[in-house]
Design a protein around this ligand. Structure first.
Ligand SMILES: Cc1ncc(COP(=O)(O)O)c(C=O)c1O
Length: 478
């Protein structure tokens, strides 16, 4: 695509993305200290952008001391502060090791800080899961399959589990699938990673919701994707704008989380779902439908998955069961057209040759037990109560949100005068965590928003922690 025909905002976005792409290559160790960077003309050709875009990105690299210029020669990679201190013997064949910033997962960095009031984990409180039942169950599963520990799974996943999930999709969504249309991955995160390895090349335009699940953005960034943001609102997407973006950028894929969306909790209405498939077919753009918490509705079940409208194989459906069944087992089912599943199975076999069979069999018997199905009802009630507690506590703050009909999060807009980055720092000091909106935004803006998860701590901690958060935020005056 050519920046010359783009609006100023898009050109700005493009050059920042070209910059990020170059930083990623440095972080991965592909471009090392004092290496000469490709000429502007060559990189512009490679990335299919205007030369001015590359020039601006190089200028920014220089400004941020990531590159330096040699008169009449070109741009070179600056040594990083740490590299300068590493003795030369610590590099192999003159190549340095990738730095940790290349492997960024902003979400998990925040989630792993130990705090009492844990509002950054969008996960069911482990105390709400039927833990005793699970321990009895483990023995039963080993009785059924005594050789379980000594057996590999196939790369595509246990066929018994895949067949069960096919029956599940018929029962719940009236959707006919064959076991060969399914792949089992180690969590939804692995599915996103495999998809991005197959479908994304550096600077490829991809559609992502704004805001969206931040770990997915981190994965796509690693592949060097160029984000084309699609705003999501309580009413879904602006389909006319989406069509314009598909026509203009010809993206390979649209990563979407249309049901109890993370972080906003919004659900794309049924009326838009069929139209989305029509757009995908028309513009040959894969819809990656990430549906990690479909069953965690509070009142009414959500509309059917977008996958149920797909007849031509333009939807790849990810149904992780980590969030409310068994995070420790990390089971996700990927469903889609034969050509997509075939490539994903190859990628999966290269990645880990199959999700552990023990996990798959445990999950299968646990999930299909009537006890677990009854348990889902109880979880919904517990979530409803927790959501109401948070909303009661926040009622007097003037902060804004749309009450979600399912899921684990409130997406809160704070008054402009509250600096969310400073608020987070202070909150962490006082043992409260949340997710800053900025990391969920492909444009890294949304600085007045936060995601507050109400599912992970108990009711008392929820009340106390939200009060503490409000108290800390009250310290910032207009
Ligand atoms: C939308 C979405 N997709 C995928 C995942 C990752 O799922 P898993 O834990 O199965 O890797 C999450 C986890 O937070 C999520 O919110």
């Amino acid at each position: 695509m050519k920046a010359s025909g783009s609006s100023g905002k898009e050109a700005n976005l493009l050059f920042k993305q070209a910059y990020e792409y170059m930083v990623t290559r440095m972080d991965r160790g592909e471009w090392n200290a004092h290496d000469k960077l490709p000429s502007i003309r060559r990189l512009a050709q490679e990335l299919q952008v205007h030369r001015l875009t590359v020039f601006r990105a190089y200028q920014l690299l220089k400004q941020n001391e990531k590159a330096y210029v040699k008169e009449k020669s070109g741009y070179y990679v600056s040594p990083s502060k740490t590299e300068e201190q590493v003795p030369t013997g610590h590099t192999e064949n003159n190549r340095s090791f990738p730095t940790s910033s290349a492997l960024k997962n902003s979400l998990s960095e925040i989630q792993h800080i130990p705090v009492t009031y844990q509002f950054s984990q969008a996960l069911i409180d482990p105390n709400l899961l039927p833990n005793l039942f699970l321990s009895e169950h483990v023995k039963k599963v080993f009785d059924i399959y005594p050789k379980l520990m000594g057996t590999y799974s196939s790369a595509q996943g246990d066929v018994e589990l895949r067949e069960y999930l096919c029956r599940y999709m018929v029962r719940h969504h009236n959707l006919q699938l064959a076991a060969s249309d399914l792949l089992i991955t180690t969590g939804g995160q692995q599915a996103i990673d495999l998809i991005s390895r197959i479908y994304i090349r550096p600077m490829d335009p991809i559609l992502v919701e704004r805001p969206t699940y931040s770990a997915a953005l981190d994965i796509f960034r690693q592949q060097g994707a160029r984000f084309i943001p699609v705003e999501i609102t309580p009413d879904g997407y602006d389909l006319a704008n989406l069509e314009r973006l598909m026509e203009k950028h010809k993206p390979r894929l649209f990563y979407m989380n249309p049901t109890f969306h993370n972080p906003t909790g919004y659900t794309v209405p049924a009326a838009q779902r069929k139209q989305l498939v029509e757009l995908a077919e028309r513009y040959r753009c894969l819809l990656i439908e990430d549906d990690a918490i479909h069953e965690m509705y509070l009142d009414q079940p959500p509309p059917p998955p977008i996958l149920t409208y797909d007849t031509e194989g333009w939807v790849v459906y990810l149904r992780s069961f980590s969030k409310y069944i068994a995070p420790g087992l990390r089971i996700c089912a990927v469903m889609g057209g034969a050509h997509v599943i075939k490539s994903l199975v190859t990628a999966k076999s290269l990645a880990d040759n199959g999700t552990p069979l023990v996990n798959q069999k445990m999950f299968l018997h646990y999930f299909e037990s009537p006890r677990m199905q009854r348990h889902l009802e109880k979880l919904r009630i517990a979530l409803q109560i927790r959501k109401e507690i948070v909303e009661q506590e926040l009622a007097s703050t003037g902060w804004r949100w749309v009450s979600p009909q399912g899921g684990f999060n409130l997406w809160l807009q704070l008054p402009e005068h509250i600096p969310v980055d400073q608020l987070l720092e202070e909150c962490l000091r006082q043992s409260v965590s949340f997710i800053p909106g900025e990391i969920c935004d492909p444009l890294k803006e949304m600085r007045s928003w936060i995601r507050l998860s109400y599912s992970f701590v108990n009711e008392e901690q929820l009340r106390d922690g939200v009060r503490r958060l409000i108290d800390i935020a009250g310290g910032y005056t207009t």
